[in-house]
Design a protein around this ligand. Structure first.
Ligand code: PMP
Length: 327
């Protein structure tokens, strides 16, 4: 029997088509697994791979950009540091040293002849034992790369997106720890994103267990009010590398940035709001829960930061060259 996709309709068979464009993954020549470059079609795991069943594994999402001086990976060191910190948090002892994986990824991009791409390293538990203890599970490491455009579409980046406050609460910090990009954490993100898409929005926004704004399924969030930027503190969200980049760019532009809690109605009355993340880059939010944000168009601060961000990743702003690792 052939695989099928998840139904886009409800349990009664009514269909609410999800209208966003799919982001197809074009196969490349090779994937890297445990020190070897293997053909795309052979990059498989056993059905009893432990991570597949319980979500205990850690991963990263990184982008390589075409810059004015050739291809370069954006904040590569920071992403790889976070990957190994994630492993530390969930007590996975990586089988491949960070330096070796960091050396393999640029080679992988070159061997696949990609000038810009998304990079997905993962440290996972392979075939060995089932059950919830994992001290005997074989740890494995892989990295894949593929061409990937704008996660929210070029239109989303340009005109802004419509967001729904999710019925799913973001993780409390003492269950799935938020400083780790643990595979299983993303079940909640996927629930939130699917709910938003099925309800006709472009993305979800999750509140924390106390009801304050936390983040998107795979993005950090900022609001702007009276010229001041606000983003939730790192206590309850992933330490986003784009979040950090945008904060530094904002400060360099002389803007005030506050890391402090805010509620969903702070979003409703914000002058501007935007998401940041490796996948979404800097994406304006034009509407939340059917309330227009500001003018309903990307605001001046958002546009300034978006432009600054794209200049940096394209290598057009010499001040931030140290954020770019040439391939
Ligand atoms: N939050 C979550 C849950 C994420 O998965 C991501 C994407 N890694 C982000 C925020 C944004 O982080 P970054 O800017 O490092 O991609």
């Amino acid at each position: 029997m052939r695989p099928r996709t998840c139904p886009a309709g409800d349990l009664f068979g009514r269909r609410h088509p999800i209208e966003i464009e799919p982001l197809p993954m074009k196969p490349v020549k090779e994937v890297w697994i445990d020190g070897a470059f293997v053909p795309w079609d052979d990059a498989n795991v056993h059905i009893l791979t432990q991570t597949l069943h319980y979500g205990m594994g850690v991963f990263e999402g990184i982008r390589c950009y075409e810059t004015v001086r050739g291809s370069a990976i954006f904040r590569f060191r920071e992403h790889m540091d976070r990957l190994y910190r994630s492993a530390h948090i969930v007590r996975i002892d990586p089988n491949i040293p960070q330096e070796e994986l960091s050396g393999a990824i640029p080679d992988l991009i070159g061997r696949n002849s990609l000038s810009s791409c998304y990079i997905r390293p993962i440290i996972y538990l392979g075939l060995g034992e089932q059950g919830l203890a994992y001290h005997n599970a074989p740890v494995q490491t892989a990295a894949a790369v593929w061409e990937w455009g704008a996660y929210m579409g070029d239109e989303g980046v340009k005109d802004g997106i419509r967001v729904k406050v999710s019925s799913f609460t973001h993780h409390p910090v003492n269950s799935t720890m938020l400083k780790s990009k643990t595979c299983g954490n993303y079940v909640v993100s996927m629930m939130a994103r699917m709910e938003a898409l099925q309800d006709g929005y472009d993305e979800a926004l999750m509140l924390d267990p106390g009801g304050m704004v936390a983040q998107g399924p795979g993005e950090n969030v900022f609001i702007v009010r009276n010229g001041i930027l606000k983003t939730p503190s790192l206590a309850g969200v992933l330490e986003g590398i784009t979040r950090d980049s945008v904060m530094r760019l904002a400060e360099a532009e002389g803007l005030e940035v506050r890391e402090e809690p805010f509620a969903r109605d702070d979003l409703y009355i914000a002058d501007e709001a935007f998401f940041v993340g490796t996948a979404v880059e800097v994406t304006p939010i034009r509407e939340v829960d059917n309330r227009t944000i500001g003018s309903g168009r990307p605001g001046p601060v958002t546009q300034r930061l978006q432009e600054a961000f794209f200049r940096v990743v394209r290598g057009e702003d010499g001040v931030y060259d140290h954020w770019l690792t040439p391939v």
